[in-house]
Design a binder for this molecule. Structure first.
Ligand code: FE
Length: 129
């Protein structure tokens, strides 16, 4: 799914555009989903692609929503050496929007911490639970 830059500007809010398309970061501890623990699915704010299940969300204390796993093939990883840090950037596999980064200091069973901007996601409540 490809959109032009002017389409993204029209569809997204300024803050969404800054984070999703310009790889920005929301301020720590301010995001809508940082302390959010309902049962359901976190989807891409750019295209609605399913990304993270609530079962994999945990309290990392880092200031952003953290997950120990992503849904298969939902995200892409890219080396990010900006700001003098060696990090792995996470983007949506469908629309290439910036989501956050993944680190190796997460809990079992994966040991991973997907550190994701709240702004990059929407939440779909699981009505059955
Ligand atoms: Fe997307």
């Amino acid at each position: 799914m490809k959109r032009t830059d002017s389409e993204w500007k029209r569809i997204l809010s300024q803050e969404e555009y800054r984070i999703l398309r310009e790889k920005g970061t929301e301020r720590a501890f301010t995001g809508e989903y940082d302390g959010h623990f309902e049962e359901g699915m976190y989807v891409c704010a750019g295209c609605g692609n399913d990304l993270f299940e609530s079962d994999t969300k945990y309290r990392s204390g880092c200031g952003w929503p953290a997950f120990y796993d992503a849904l298969p093939e939902s995200v892409e990883e890219t080396k990010d050496n900006n700001f003098g840090m060696k990090r792995i950037e996470i983007t949506c596999s469908k629309c290439e929007s910036h989501l956050g980064h993944v680190f190796n200091d997460g809990p079992d069973p994966t040991g991973l911490r997907y550190c994701i901007n709240s702004v990059s996601m929407d939440f779909k409540l699981d009505e059955k639970k």
